[in-house]
Ligand binder design. Sequence first.
Ligand SMILES: Cc1cc2nc3c(=O)[nH]c(=O)nc-3n(C[C@H](O)[C@H](O)[C@H](O)COP(=O)(O)OP(=O)(O)OC[C@H]3O[C@@H](n4cnc5c(N)ncnc54)[C@H](O)[C@@H]3O)c2cc1C
Length: 444
Amino acid sequence: MSDADLIVVGGGLAGMTAALTCAGRGMDTLLLEAGGALGGRTRSVKNRSTGEEVDNGQHMFIGAFEETLSLLELLGTRYMLKKAGSEYVLVDAGCKRRRMSLIDLPGLLFMPAAVLHLNHLSLMERLSLGRVALALETASEDQRSAWDDTNAEQWLLDLGQSKKVLKGFWRPMIVSALNEEPSRVSALALAVVMKQGFFAGAARAAPMLATTGLSDLFARPAAAKLEALGARVEYGAKVVSFEVEGNRVAAIIDRKGRTWKAGQFVLAVPPWNMEKLESVFGELKQHGYTWSCSPIVTINLWLDRPVMSDAFIGFIEGPVHWIFNHSFNGTGNRRQGYRYSVVTSCAREAVAIPPADALKQALDAIEHYLPKMRKAVVKNHLVLKEKRATIPPVPGQWLSRPGANTSLDNLFLAGDWTSTGLPPTMESAVISGRNAAEAVLSSA
Ligand SMILES: Cc1cc2nc3c(=O)[nH]c(=O)nc-3n(C[C@H](O)[C@H](O)[C@H](O)COP(=O)(O)OP(=O)(O)OC[C@H]3O[C@@H](n4cnc5c(N)ncnc54)[C@H](O)[C@@H]3O)c2cc1C
């Protein structure tokens, strides 16, 4: 006897979206999650010393995240996202503030206006950015696909970007958006991010931050919504094997030895978890898909005083990349102090050193960039290392990302890393969940 019409394995953004979509269309849905809560890599964790919940890492939303925003509408938490200004404030090595303003101008006019005040670059250097915008506008479909064969750094050099422009504009942009060095990511992935997000106009490029923790934004409302739709969630159910009969999955087995049966299955786990599932791992091999991980280190600081008024600031150079101000978005608890999150992307060095050293490195950097920090007292801190934060879109990987359908008739894939047309991000995860749900519903 079946346990459900559909079993979704994995309760991150991809799995919860697939389950919510299918349950919303009347399917009897069961979600199996290995951990004790939904959310996956988008979750809050308890800070034992302050009792406060903090996120596993700062997540930045932009206006272009349409599917994520509609998931939040469905969950009733869209109002918890706040637009974090209409500019990106960047601080250069000489501690000068540079602004990327998001002015509401159409098409090719948006980009030159946005970079107008980045005057750590000469006028000619800023104008040279237009060559990239032009290439994005004019490339044919074939030219665009070929960009996946080269890395972003080489592509930008080929488009006449100087080493100074690479260092002062493109590297901070790429490290933040793709969590990887320019020489290691696909030029196509960068082109997609630029075309759909940062060069696509003020509304799509607009930064947004949650005014609550990630678990209140996604995980808890998703669990409540699933229950309201009659779906069940089983926590602590780590799937360890699949029973395959002919061209179909007959059942799945979890670590506790329980067997779960359904007509259809969605597997919404990251590739490192999928590799352990021998019977379906062939799907990855078949596509020639290979992956790597890039870490993020977030240092949460509770200070005795405010040290900045902006919602967030980016650093053009240095060991840390962003500082987020939780007093701005209301996620800090003032009684514990003024909370800030200092983020290092593609943090291979910071993830390898002891937390105390990572803290010292971050404090030295912030004291250099933010003068008010020099007098501030750190009342508390929490260093969070996410070793497998994201899956960087390396050159040559784009076309090998599997889609929702697999070689098994009733098994579908989801996850930020699957083929969604976007680099692995929250938006990609949500799109993948919708794609998997549509594939399930059309095959039912
Ligand atoms: C620190 C950090 C910062 C980030 N910042 C941003 C950002 O600013 N913007 C952005 O767009 N993205 C950001 N991301 C990436 C974003 O979080 C991910 O792209 C997204 O959450 C991936 O969702 P997913 O559902 O595909 O995978 P996951 O979130 O990894 O979910 C997979 C789920 O499957 C479960 N699972 C795994 N194996 C099994 C099994 N065998 N059986 C049952 N369950 C299983 C896991 O427990 C997990 O809950 C960040 C990530 C991190 C870690």
